[in-house]
Design a protein around this ligand. Structure first.
Ligand SMILES: Cc1ncc(COP(=O)(O)O)c(C=O)c1O
Length: 305
């Protein structure tokens, strides 16, 4: 059992996948990545890879932005991901990290006339922010806007913006930072989308407020609508609305649904996990196990030999 990779068109143990130090993407942030979870069902002895094709659709959109042309379509990317997971031999939750990148070993800032590469790694990853309530601060770093680097795709260079905010937050003793966009509206966490509950309304920032169009965000919106009859309102959110909200929670593939219990030293609601966050976390956890036929198009099953 070990992490595996599909790299340069071949499957290999992760430790054998190496690239040159002049690779263009390493120097200029010209790559885009994904994050896909495979949930191990102990009872059924199989993996459920969750919304794998939706993750690759979004990644191929980011590839368009970065002028990356891959010889693979969504089906092929999903297929090699399944095979990479199988080769790990793991029988526990896995995390897949695909990356599409400018692979030429060349100096020069540009996107054109360069080779493109793609790999995917299958490994394990614990819940990103832990499972308890999260303590946050508002970051003094503003979320990068679409006129700078598009936040629509997980473009590696963009994550310097997230890393600056995350490190400041952690060093100040917080678990995570919440970032405002250039106009001062709430955008998202450094690696998570954000929802608030105010007077029974479920609200999340709209796509034009410098957010990643998260797959978990979309999943939670669909679960809220289909399972709880709650329509999510997509509108700009002011910073101080977070202070007076009844609930605030993050969503993300790495994070699951994670309640924020404190922001800038103020308790959110009563400082405990809110009822809607708890309900949506439960629904999300259930649906990702692959047991709900209503959402069968979200599931890719894999039975290890
Ligand atoms: C900046 C940012 N926002 C939101 C998310 C959540 O996206 P998803 O639910 O597709 O994992 C991520 C995931 O890594 C992210 O990096």
């Amino acid at each position: 059992m070990e992490p595996y990779a599909f790299f340069e068109d071949k499957f290999m143990p992760l430790k054998d996948a190496k690239m040159g130090i002049l690779t263009q993407a390493l120097h200029y942030g010209t790559a885009c990545f994904g994050g896909i979870r495979g949930f191990w069902d102990e009872e059924k002895q199989h993996f459920c890879l969750f919304r794998v094709k939706d993750h690759y659709r979004r990644q191929l959109d980011a590839c368009k932005i970065l002028n990356i042309n891959l010889p693979y379509d969504v089906d092929k990317m999903a297929e090699v991901t399944v095979e990479t997971v199988r080769l790990t031999g793991f029988k526990e939750n896995v995390y897949c990290r695909p990356l599409a990148y400018k692979s030429s070993e060349a100096i020069g800032v540009k996107l054109h006339d360069l080779d493109d590469g793609f790999f995917v790694i299958a490994t394990t990853l614990p819940a990103y922010l832990g499972t308890g309530g999260i303590r946050c601060c508002t970051s003094s770093w503003r979320r990068v806007s679409d006129s700078q680097i598009s936040p629509r795709g997980k473009i590696t260079g963009l994550y310097v913006n997230s890393a600056l905010a995350k490190t400041d937050a952690n060093r100040a003793g917080f678990d995570e930072a919440i970032m405002m966009n250039e106009r001062g509206h709430v955008a998202e966490g450094t690696g998570e989308n954000l929802f608030v509950v105010i007077k029974g309304q479920l609200i999340t920032p709209p796509p034009y407020d410098s957010i990643l169009l998260g797959i978990t965000r979309d999943t939670v919106m669909q679960l809220a609508r289909n399972e709880l009859g709650i329509e999510t309102v997509e509108r700009s959110i002011d910073r101080s609305e977070l202070y007076v909200a009844d609930e605030v929670f993050f969503t993300g593939t790495a994070t699951n649904v994670a309640p924020v219990v404190e922001l800038d030293h103020r308790p959110i609601g009563d400082g405990e996990t809110g009822p809607l966050a708890a309900k949506l976390r439960e629904l999300y956890t259930q649906v990702t196990l692959g047991r709900n036929p209503k959402y069968s198009e979200w599931y890719t099953f894999l039975k290890p030999e």
